[in-house]
Design a protein around this ligand. Structure first.
Ligand code: HEM
Length: 334
């Protein structure tokens, strides 16, 4: 009896083991894992210790000071009267850690802002240098990335990416967006692209998208200057600038009107929509240990506080999952 029980236990274990390993072999990868896989292979990676997207970057520190108008939009703690310390990472697109800063593929530029609230609470704002996105869903974004990956020099015409762009006007519009690199990260505007739901102290709600504008004005390199730019000109320029003066950006939110689409980042809202100032971001130094901070940190566009909520934009909702796959691999890599 004892033997039988033992045999049964062993055979149950075996069946469980066989079924588990079969599942492990056959389980399809999630869209987020596939997105990170494709981003990694497009960058010639894996590149140990780096992000699978926005790999090249620099980290600064500073303060956020809210404007009086911010409270009309949201009751979030950092949008009220106090000043909040921030850590801000600027980056180039792609998972290529040494991509030249003026390279067309290093577009869009990224900004990731971590607001360090009291009691170790944080909230993040993660934006890019273009107002729009090439895909409305993570599946479509994967379709675009896979089409790019399948469109090497050997690919027959029309290439998979040409076919994709032919049938996806939003992706085509994004690809055609002018790519002149900025004079400095300090002269680059950024956009939140995904909508959030903002709630004020009266319980009133508005959907809105972030805008981050350099106080010194947007300035871009000429075509000729871009061609002659040094590979690290942006990463070298900001520390030099910050050693002499502060860098300021005005952060605002563009509010949707009732008929505006709030769950599709490919749909850009009209410039006539109301823009409410949230406050001023002031950078005053480079982070003392920026590379280690960047490696050990995942900025999360859904790290939110009371007064700011998600929209049901599928791209926004997918982002933390994809970032976590990339972050997990970064931490595991030697
Ligand atoms: C489904 C769509 C998207 C995917 C799959 C995706 C993927 C990624 C991944 C894998 C990372 C690296 C994260 C890490 O390792 O810590 C990343 C970083 C980043 N993404 Fe996205 N992303 C998407 C949409 C967006 C959008 C809509 C924006 C801006 C509006 C954006 C802005 C950024 C920025 C600025 C970073 C760098 C953040 C940092 O400095 O740590 N991404 N993205």
């Amino acid at each position: 009896m004892q033997l039988n029980t033992k045999r049964m236990w062993l055979s149950t274990c075996f069946i469980t083991f066989t079924v588990t390993s079969a599942l492990a072999e056959e389980a399809p990868k999630s869209v987020n894992e596939q997105l990170v896989d494709t981003l990694t292979s497009l960058s010639g990676g894996p590149h140990a210790g780096f992000r699978s997207n926005h790999a090249k970057g620099i980290v600064t520190t500073g303060l956020f000071t809210p404007a009086a108008s911010a409270a009309s939009v949201s009751k979030a703690a950092h949008l009220q009267t106090a000043t909040t310390p921030v850590i801000v990472r600027f980056s180039n697109a792609t998972g290529v850690p040494n991509i030249p800063d003026a390279n067309g593929n290093a577009f869009p530029k990224g900004i990731a802002i971590r607001f360090q609230l009291p009691d170790s609470e944080i909230t993040d704002m993660v934006c890019i240098s273009v107002n729009g996105f090439p895909a409305a869903t993570p599946e479509d974004f994967l379709g675009l990335l896979n089409a790019v990956a399948a469109s090497g020099p050997e690919a027959a015409k029309p290439t998979p990416v040409e076919q994709f762009l032919g049938s996806h006007p939003a992706a085509l519009a994004f690809v055609k967006t002018p790519k002149l690199p900025p004079v400095s990260f300090a002269t680059q505007p950024f956009f939140g692209v995904n909508a959030f739901k903002f709630i004020n102290a009266k319980g009133e709600t508005h959907y809105g998208r972030y805008r981050i504008e350099p106080v010194s004005g947007a300035q871009f390199l000429s075509q000729k200057a871009a061609e002659n730019a040094a590979p690290n000109y942006l990463m070298d320029e900001l520390p030099a600038r910050l050693s002499k003066s502060e860098v300021k950006y005005r952060i605002s939110v563009q509010l949707a009107e009732p008929a505006d689409v709030v769950n599709d980042p490919t749909v850009v809202w009209a410039d006539t929509r109301q823009v409410v100032e949230l406050g001023v971001l002031t950078l005053n130094a480079m982070h003392a240990n920026g590379d280690a901070f960047a490696k050990g940190t995942m900025f999360n566009p859904l790290a939110l506080v009371e007064g700011i909520d998600v929209s049901d934009d599928p791209i926004l909702l997918a982002r933390p999952g994809a970032y976590a796959v990339s972050f997990g691999r970064r931490l595991q890599s030697k």
